[in-house]
Design a protein around this ligand. Structure first.
Ligand SMILES: Cc1cc2nc3c(=O)[nH]c(=O)nc-3n(C[C@H](O)[C@H](O)[C@H](O)COP(=O)(O)OP(=O)(O)OC[C@H]3O[C@@H](n4cnc5c(N)ncnc54)[C@H](O)[C@@H]3O)c2cc1C
Length: 382
């Protein structure tokens, strides 16, 4: 459904993304199945299908090898890819490097990431450090021209197949949150010990815990200054939060489309179930919540396009949209009756994938506290 912030160019991009998604990506995934993790080669094959659309370098400037699109276009790409791929975060590391990297870092990393010759992820979370990112325990000790990394990162999306990660480390443990730095790390899996999680949703993606022991990284791989890791992470995170919100909108919209089709075709009491008022009520609630979530997410993309601070708006969009997707996908299952919890229809997978989204890039609770702090001027964290 068009909204006031989107132009005909955005809608034309949406049409092209849907065409590639439905014509080549969905058949690829249907052939190999949705329930086991993609190999690196499989994920690269899928993501390369999106390169002609401008992904994953949508908002990376043309001068840096990206597509030079606006953030609203990135939103369109994320919304349309999310119901089938899940790994819409492919844009995150290239965007971070384009935003925060030195000219040499951009030259070294962006071409392969933008062409999807290499896969990337972000590494912040640790076994003992989730929401409180300022408490990072993984250390990076200087040894001549290198940092030596020791510690464990966890929940890395595509952690066993990513070849590059931006990693938040402590370069000065005595300084606490002011001693954190962000490094670009080449992941040589032969020298890393990894274990994977079996997850409720997003089963195409290997989520991993990765142990770094005496792992050397050149000092020139630091993104920004020493001690600025938390600040630079927060600078790039608003677009990631908008992306999570839009990801949820994409899943919710796919659930609506499936539920509407089913409600028109399934007959009970001699009529399509969609003619019953209680079913129409569910459909109307699903549509209202999804459109509200889309507007909230697109407001953030538009603010990013205007270069405005959107921390509060990104938090509202993130927690509202991800929770709305849970309610919407659950109603979509209800409309499908018992078939809704079977794998004959896509809605159970969409529900499981939606359940993954209220944690990454800040949990719902953390975002409520951020919005509350902005409203009240009172900080719940300290
Ligand atoms: C699908 C998915 C992808 C992910 N991808 C990545 C990735 O690529 N890289 C990465 O580094 N991490 C990733 N993560 C991890 C994610 O960033 C963490 O799950 C998140 O930061 C929360 O940390 P936690 O799960 O340890 O929960 P905790 O911080 O331990 O929180 C547990 C519960 O307590 C609540 N809570 C915590 N503090 C407060 C508070 N002050 N007030 C009220 N409630 C509070 C939380 O909201 C939550 O409900 C991913 C997670 C998921 C599910």
């Amino acid at each position: 459904m068009p909204d006031a912030l989107l132009t005909t160019a955005h809608e034309e991009l949406r049409r092209r993304v849907r065409d590639v998604r439905d014509r080549v990506m969905v058949p690829f995934l249907q052939r190999r199945g949705w329930e086991r993790p993609l190999s690196g080669d499989e994920l690269k094959t899928l993501l390369r299908m999106t390169v002609p659309l401008g992904y994953p370098g949508a908002v990376v400037a043309k001068a840096d090898g990206g597509a030079g699109l606006d953030y609203l276009s990135l939103g369109v790409l994320v919304e349309e890819l999310a119901p089938v791929l899940g790994f819409v975060a492919a844009h995150v590391v290239p965007r971070q490097i384009a935003l925060l990297g030195s000219p040499a870092q951009k030259r070294r990393y962006l071409p392969a990431l933008l062409a999807v010759e290499r896969l990337s992820t972000t590494a912040i979370t640790e076994p003992g450090v989730g929401s409180d990112a300022g408490a990072i325990a993984m250390t990076a000790r200087r040894a001549g021209a290198r940092y030596v990394l020791d510690g464990t990162k966890t929940w890395l999306t595509i952690g066993t197949i990513a070849e590059v990660a931006t990693v938040l480390v402590s370069t000065d443990p005595a300084a606490g949150p002011r001693g954190l730095s962000r490094l670009i790390v080449d992941l040589d899996h032969a020298r890393l010990a990894s274990t994977t999680f079996t997850t409720l949703g997003d089963r195409l993606l290997p989520f991993a815990q990765v142990r770094f022991e005496g792992y050397e990284v050149p000092i020139e791989n630091r993104l920004g200054e020493e001690g600025e890791g938390l600040r630079t992470t927060l600078r790039a995170i608003q677009a990631s939060r908008a992306s999570m919100a839009t990801h949820a909108v994409g899943i919710a919209q796919a659930a609506i489309d499936a539920a509407v089709a089913y409600a028109k075709e399934r007959r009970q009491f001699g009529r399509p179930i969609g003619s019953f008022q209680l079913v129409q009520g569910m459909v109307a609630d699903m549509i209202a919540e999804t459109e509200a979530a889309r507007l909230l997410a697109n407001r953030v993309w538009a603010m990013l396009d205007r270069g405005e601070d959107c921390a509060r708006e990104a938090s509202i969009a993130k927690f509202y949209a991800t929770e709305a997707a849970l309610r919407v996908t659950s109603k979509a299952i209800q409309i499908h009756g018992a078939y809704g919890v079977s794998d004959r229809y896509p809605v159970e997978r969409l529900f499981r994938d939606a359940r993954m989204l209220t944690f990454p890039d800040g949990t719902s609770e953390i975002h409520r506290l951020l919005v509350g702090r902005a409203a009240l001027g009172l900080d719940a964290f300290r």
